[in-house]
Design a protein around this ligand. Structure first.
Ligand code: ADP
Length: 265
């Protein structure tokens, strides 16, 4: 691909109301579509999370545990269907701003092994990006060679795509200002980490022993674990608050944004 694409992750906690089943954050979705349009980025890939669309159904049917019985099949279908509904809202908002968004469904083309992607067909994506389309993919339940099925997180997907597509950078939009010394939602004295290196990241996910100065849990832990891959491959990662107006436009345009910048070091 001639021009390196920018990868944009829109967190489920940003585009949905997380504690209200199947409820989109319409205001955020429309604003983010506008910010993407205003940034005038030429090569872009978007991946979004599930929030109150994907997670509750997947949890009810224990999809992450893999296939245990036929009663789960309907849960797999319902989870994927909910994700398609959310994806449609994002794609429609982008099209509404005149952007050529193109929905890409992971479960139609990816089979994992123990929940991990080993092979990912890139032809359609590279072709679409180089033509100027904006592929919009998402975290999705997928079939799995060992477990029957698994949940492919948007964070794993965007990290692998970033490497395979030779991305310029990965911008991760969440509902907090970035990576903190502990969860800022539960610890008011948590400090924002503005810069981190691959070494710092590895320490966070427990690959390096030593005294732990940072407490990362929940969704942020999964993100840090996955984002190690693009950083390792020399791709800069920027974690920013996508609920704060103009942050995503600024990040896409290469302007300074309060957040966490992670580089190889
Ligand atoms: P999304 O749904 O947007 O992908 P998640 O909700 O899965 O994001 O993960 C982000 C959440 O992780 C934050 O809202 C925050 O509550 C939590 N979190 C836990 N530990 C940390 C930390 N050290 N720094 C920042 N956020 C953290």
């Amino acid at each position: 691909m001639k021009s390196k694409p920018i990868m944009l992750k829109l967190g489920g906690s940003v585009i949905t109301v997380k504690d209200k089943f199947l409820t989109p954050n319409t205001e955020a979705i429309n604003r983010l579509a506008e910010e993407v349009a205003d940034s005038e980025v030429s090569h872009l890939v978007i991946v979004h999370g599930g929030g109150s669309y994907g997670h509750p159904i997947a949890a009810r049917y224990k999809i992450t545990e893999g296939f245990k019985g036929k009663h789960q099949l309907i849960g797999f279908s319902e989870t994927h269907n909910a994700m398609m509904s959310l994806n449609k809202l994002i794609v429609e908002a982008l099209i509404g701003k005149g952007l050529p968004a193109l929905s890409i469904s992971p479960s139609s083309s990816i089979i994992t092994r123990h929940g991990r992607i080993h092979d990912i067909p890139l032809d359609i994506l590279t072709h679409a990006v180089s033509m100027g389309f904006i592929p919009v993919s998402y975290g999705d339940p997928v079939l799995d060679h060992e477990k029957g099925f698994a949940i492919l997180s948007g964070d794993q997907l965007i990290s692998i795509l970033a490497v395979k597509l030779g991305a310029e950078k990965v911008i991760v939009g969440v509902d907090v200002d970035g990576l903190y010394t502990s969860d800022p939602k539960t610890n008011p004295s948590a400090q924002l980490i503005e810069h981190a290196t691959l070494g710092d990241l590895r320490e966070l996910v427990g690959e390096v022993s030593g005294s732990k100065t940072v407490d990362v849990t929940g969704g942020m832990m999964g993100k840090i674990f996955e984002l190690t891959l693009p950083v390792m491959n020399g791709i800069e990662v920027l974690i920013v608050n996508a609920l704060k107006p103009d942050n995503i436009r600024r990040a896409l345009s290469g302007e300074n944004v309060r957040g966490t910048r992670i580089i190889k070091g």
